[in-house]
Design a protein around this ligand. Structure first.
Ligand code: SAM
Length: 268
């Protein structure tokens, strides 16, 4: 089995994942700070991704091994599980089923877990929620399962949309309660449910630099007083996010961390 080992994670090499697919990768996996790209044959790679190494590995069912090692993830009132661990969700917890696949967001990353916890700490009953950078749809689906009236997940990566839609179906969330679209803030959001594009809650698991760039748009898409939940932030980059939120007039800024990762909440 031919595997190209590229240093980094899906997050740090996000801009390079498309290059791997375009070069003919048949699958991508992230493990221990390394992206493993599976290929049928060795090929010339573009300069941006030439810092990796080709390996001919003994055939092994990595997928099966990865799946066998997955455990349920408890995040506040929600427990995130792959479909085959549904029976392991403790009584009283809201089950959130995510099929591990190509889109980020199985719940096993600290940022996803902290974001679900933050959503779970809110009363979302009847609220509208915007999830920017939805990936697997995990945060929008969590919001819908926590009684949000409508959750919209947007992502610039088109492969995420069918995955998120399928995950919502798998959780029994009706199409009218959670919707997914390719795009980002600044695009026209569908106006059928939230006509003015202003949501009650905004959650975004992106990265600090992007939060800095998008913070003005967060103001425009979040109702006055509405909670903002931002993660994907390395603790070393927290000052950038604090400055952006101060600049845009957000209040009640609070931080929690898990290892190198931070989650910031604030009010519009
Ligand atoms: N929401 C999921 C979670 O919390 O696990 C996935 C988060 S993943 C770290 C970030 C996602 O944001 C990726 O799916 C990526 O394609 C998307 N993304 C990156 N830049 C974006 C942008 N400017 N607008 C919308 N989505 C973006």
């Amino acid at each position: 089995m031919l595997v190209y080992h590229l240093p980094g994670t899906f997050e740090t090499r996000e801009a390079h994942l498309d290059l791997l697919w375009e070069a003919g990768a048949t699958g991508l996996e992230e493990r221990a700070g390394l992206i493993r790209a599976y290929f049928d044959e060795q090929t010339d790679l573009p300069a941006d991704i030439r810092d990796g190494e080709w390996r001919d590995e003994a055939d092994q069912d990595w997928q099966a091994e990865f799946k066998a090692n997955l455990r349920p993830v408890q995040a506040g009132r929600v427990t995130i599980v792959p479909p085959w661990l549904r029976a392991e969700v403790p009584a009283g917890q809201v089950p959130l089923i995510i099929e591990p696949g190509m889109a980020f967001g199985t719940g096993h990353h600290a940022t996803t877990r902290m974001a679900v916890e933050a959503l779970s700490a809110l009363n979302l009953d009847g609220q509208t929620v915007l999830d920017v950078g939805t990936g697997s749809g995990v945060l929008a689906i969590a919001a819908a399962l926590l009684d949000a009236r409508y959750a919209l997940g947007v992502d610039i990566d088109p492969i995420t949309i069918p995955i998120a839609t399928e995950n919502a179906e798998q959780n029994g969330v009706p199409a009218g309660r959670a919707a997914f679209m390719v795009g980002t803030l600044g695009d026209d959001l569908p106006g059928d449910v939230v006509a003015d594009g202003v949501f009650d809650v905004l959650v975004a698991n992106l990265y600090a630099e992007l939060h800095d760039l998008l913070s003005g748009s967060y103001v425009g898409h979040l109702r006055a007083g509405g909670p903002l939940i931002l993660t994907g932030i390395l603790t070393s980059k927290l000052p950038l996010v604090h400055e952006a939120l101060d600049r845009e007039g957000f209040t009640d800024v609070q931080v929690r961390t898990d290892g190198d990762w931070a989650l910031v909440t604030a009010r519009n």
